[in-house]
Design a protein around this ligand. Structure first.
Ligand SMILES: *Cc1c(COP(=O)(O)O)cnc(C)c1O
Length: 394
């Protein structure tokens, strides 16, 4: 695996660490230690054991026969929806919590949008006996009550954030503010490939287990180590980064990311950052983001709370800029239809986020012999209300 970042944490012009001075010592300590810890035998053993016995890895690589027939290519689904707590998020949380313990941190804080990252963090903190505080926009907390209840039952403190649009971006601001005031004892457990260096690279490496398994599983199923194409949805970009990771240097593999197009281009209601963003700085890194001409961050819109973010991880800005990966915008309506199709064809109800990846199958042209892997990042239990209210319109 080639090193994708330079020593300052830049992927080309994107990435880096734009942080208040108060956080320098923290970020430098983390940036100076994470590779050594991740590569140590003791970390690797603990991580491997928890991934297998607690998270439930390896997740299956499932040949979706009826979906394949309908698309006209060989479609495999990487079943991250079968991870404990219902999504890929737990891979990153297990790894970062082990790292935090190794670095002698006593308190974990996290931000959450739909609540999936908050639940994953509350879960591992309960397992490890660490106090956990989750910041969540007040609007998100209102619309994601089951996840708020799960976090509370797991013993986490959930702090509603009333500033700005009362969603993920504001929860992230509040988590950073808390971290600035408690830098020594706290680890800020970021839930995606965003934030200042080294977070994007750290989270990419931890989620890289997804593509590592795909290689192994494909070798067994198809007698080849690489697919012709991999597809994953992109919010901040962590499940896509993990799905791409071991294939980035392999030009035989087409890399496709799907963004949340909301109500479509020109509607003003979108979260498709690659499609409509420009370079700027958000939450500590330089990347593409949705902003007004004078640099005010615009509000994102997506039917799926997990993709509702006005920025995108710097790795994806870079893969887009260099042309190595392609990004498609999928509208709310297309995602909704894809979710219903997958439920009826394969008996799998995907998370609304993951439905954006499934929808790409309808937008791309494949040969019958093409081998395509779609990352199913999470399960749809949390989205049943949206699915039911859309039934009439499908
Ligand atoms: C959080 C989430 C996402 C979006 O986050 P990424 O960091 O882009 O992966 C996608 N799918 C599910 C199921 C999620 O919970």
């Amino acid at each position: 695996m080639n090193q994708l970042i330079n020593s300052k944490g830049f992927y080309g012009e994107f990435g880096g660490a734009y942080i208040p001075e108060m956080l320098y010592p923290n970020i430098e300590h983390l940036a100076g230690s994470y590779i050594r810890i991740l590569k140590s035998e003791s970390f690797r053993k603990k991580f491997r054991d928890l991934l297998s016995d607690y998270v439930g890895r390896p997740t299956p690589l499932f040949y979706a026969g009826r979906l394949s027939g309908s698309v006209g290519a060989k479609i495999y689904l990487k079943r991250e929806d079968l991870c404990h707590t219902g999504s890929h998020k737990l891979n990153n949380v297990v790894g970062q919590t082990l790292l935090a313990i190794e670095m002698n941190k006593k308190h974990i804080i996290a931000e959450t949008g739909a609540g999936q990252h908050g639940v994953a963090t509350a879960t591992v903190c309960a397992l490890m006996g660490l106090p956990c505080t989750v910041f969540m926009g007040e609007k998100d907390a209102g619309r994601q009550q089951p996840n708020v209840m799960r976090m509370k039952m797991l013993g986490a403190e959930v702090i509603p954030v009333f500033s700005g649009s009362r969603t993920l971006k504001d929860a992230t601001n509040e988590a950073i503010r808390h971290w600035i005031n408690h830098p020594v004892e706290t680890h800020y457990l970021i839930g995606s490939t965003i934030g200042p260096h080294p977070y994007p690279d750290l989270v990419t490496r931890l989620q890289g287990v997804i593509s590592e398994e795909i290689r192994r599983q494909l070798l067994k199923a198809e007698n080849r180590e690489y697919p012709d194409c991999v597809i994953a949805c992109v919010g901040g970009g962590s499940n896509a980064a993990g799905t791409f990771y071991h294939f980035i240097d392999d030009k035989r593999v087409r890399l496709i990311g799907t963004e949340a197009g909301g109500e479509g281009p020109g509607s003003g209601k979108t979260a498709a950052t690659i499609e409509s963003g420009t370079p700027g700085i958000i939450h500590g890194c330089r990347t593409l983001l949705m902003q007004t001409r004078d640099g005010q961050i615009k509000e994102a819109h997506s039917i799926s709370a997990g993709l509702d973010y006005p920025g995108i991880g710097p790795l994806h800005s870079y893969l887009h800029k260099t042309g190595r990966a392609e990004y498609l915008a999928v509208t709310d309506r297309e995602a909704m239809q894809a979710a219903h199709m997958l439920a009826r064809l394969e008996g799998i109800i995907p998370a609304l986020e993951s439905a954006h990846a499934i929808a790409a199958l309808q937008k791309l042209n494949f040969k019958k012999t093409d081998c395509v892997v779609v990352n199913l990042s999470g399960r749809g239990d949390k989205d049943m209300e949206s699915y039911m209210s859309s039934m009439q319109n499908i």
